[in-house]
Write a protein that binds this ligand. Structure first.
Ligand code: MTE
Ligand code: MO
Length: 411
């Protein structure tokens, strides 16, 4: 009874667009996209939590802007692709019996894991770009752990589906008409439109036989073109938060380029961080603590030191980024003051809460463009951008570009 009902469901859902080739074409793009997101995400994660002994490139200065921009753009494009893929294969959920072998059971369980993980990954990633955290768990740890689950499950999934993938890899067309199978363990997962529901008898069967065959609502081409257009549309309307050329189309992204004081977006204002009073206090000093010597520098002391200009982007993990002109004291010059070149620094903010300190690794500390910035785009740093002084360094995530500095200590 259940079997025949499910068979009816599958007959109703059959469509020429729900074809293994659709699944393979979408699957290729999904696999490629998830790999790009995995690689760029791993890079971003390691920059924030380096493994012991790890060193990073500090050039090109836009390296992180590129990798994180790609991470968020590709992740956004994956959303329509994943939905289209699920639309293509979900009739397989109505197969009866649901499993026919241990291998089939394992494969289904693994696909359930893959789909669930991919869904949560894309949903949390999207919410993160809007700085919206409607969940009790920590975003970064969860997003990172799920990424490994996805990549592992994807590897197994591709391995199991290799026969179908190989079969549909080339658009030869000759095998198109025959056995449109999504072969799994032992022939489970037939996506073929069923000419007639199996196991249906009596009145239902007679009605089915008399029923006209419904015309194909959508073709494979329509589904693929529609999915491509949907992905292109979400990218075109969001990528403008990092690509200036697309800025005029940027209507869906949470960030507009050049919005905010001094032409730069602000994630956390001085008022939100409750630092206005400390920031504007003339008694403010920047403490630079070397192994043997320490100095406490006023803003005038810092301004009296040699000033370095650097054109560097702020590239937020959430995907927005903006190029800006910074001016201030090179960290190398401060290191010379306390005799501590070629060292790793702990940089602290007087703002409490998240991102209140960062470890500035040796290679970034030694880069001549890593600055204690006092000016932004030709003006004294706005208090929302970290007045009196903030850290800015090439090729590092925005979260590590600490604002409202209090001290630098050799580690
Ligand atoms: N002290 C402090 N520094 C901080 C932050 C913060 O919340 N507190 N935000 C970081 C983040 S997430 C980014 S992307 C950059 C740029 O943020 P802004 O646009 O708010 O300046 O500053 C970073 N520096
Ligand atoms: Mo950020």
């Amino acid at each position: 009874m259940i079997g025949s009902t499910l068979s009816l469901v599958r007959t109703a859902l059959a469509s020429p667009a729900r074809h293994p080739r659709t699944a393979v074409v979408l699957g290729r793009l999904l696999g490629l996209g998830f790999l790009i997101c995995f690689g760029t995400g791993l890079f971003s994660h390691l920059l924030q939590d380096p493994l012991p002994g790890m060193a990073f490139l500090t050039r090109p200065v836009w390296l992180y802007r590129l990798t994180q921009g790609a991470h968020v753009i590709v992740g956004t494009a994956l959303i329509p692709l994943l939905l289209a893929k699920l639309w293509t294969v979900y009739p397989l959920l109505f197969a009866w019996p649901p499993v026919r072998s241990v291998a089939g059971l394992l494969e289904r369980a693994m696909i359930a894991l893959l789909v669930a993980a991919a869904f949560v990954e894309l949903a949390t990633g999207l919410a993160n770009t809007f700085q919206w955290y409607p969940w009790p768990f920590r975003f970064r740890e969860t997003h990172f752990a799920l990424a490994w689950a996805i990549v592992g499950a994807l590897a197994i999934h591709i391995g199991v589906k290799l026969p179908v993938i190989v079969r549909w890899w080339r658009r030869s067309g000759s095998t198109d008409a025959d056995g449109a199978l999504l072969p799994v363990a032992d022939g489970e997962g037939d996506l073929r439109p069923e000419p007639r529901a199996k196991g249906v008898t009596g009145a239902i069967q007679r009605r089915l036989e008399r029923a006209p065959v419904p015309p194909a609502a959508v073709s494979r081409r329509t589904v693929l073109i529609g999915t491509g257009l949907a992905s292109a549309a979400v990218v075109a309307t969001t990528a403008g938060e990092t690509l200036p050329a697309l800025a005029p189309l940027n209507v869906l992204a949470p960030r507009a380029l050049r919005y905010g004081p001094q032409g730069l977006p602000v994630n956390r204002t001085a008022a939100e961080a409750r630092v206005q009073r400390t920031a504007l206090d003339p008694a403010w000093r920047l403490v630079v603590r070397g192994p043997e010597r320490s100095v406490a520098l006023s803003l005038d002391d810092l301004r009296a030191m040699p000033q370095t200009d650097a054109g560097l982007p702020i590239a937020c993990v959430e995907g927005w980024s903006t190029q800006a002109a910074w001016r201030g004291v090179a960290v190398r010059d401060l290191a010379d003051l306390v005799g501590a070149r070629d060292r790793e620094w702990l940089v602290r903010s007087f703002a409490a809460g998240a991102y209140s300190s960062t470890v500035l690794q040796r290679e970034f500390a030694e880069d001549p463009l890593t600055l204690i910035a006092l000016e932004l785009n030709g003006e004294v740093l706005h208090v929302d951008h970290g007045y009196p002084a903030r850290l800015i360094s090439p090729a590092r995530p925005g979260v590590l570009q600490t604002k409202w500095l209090r001290s630098l200590e050799v580690r």
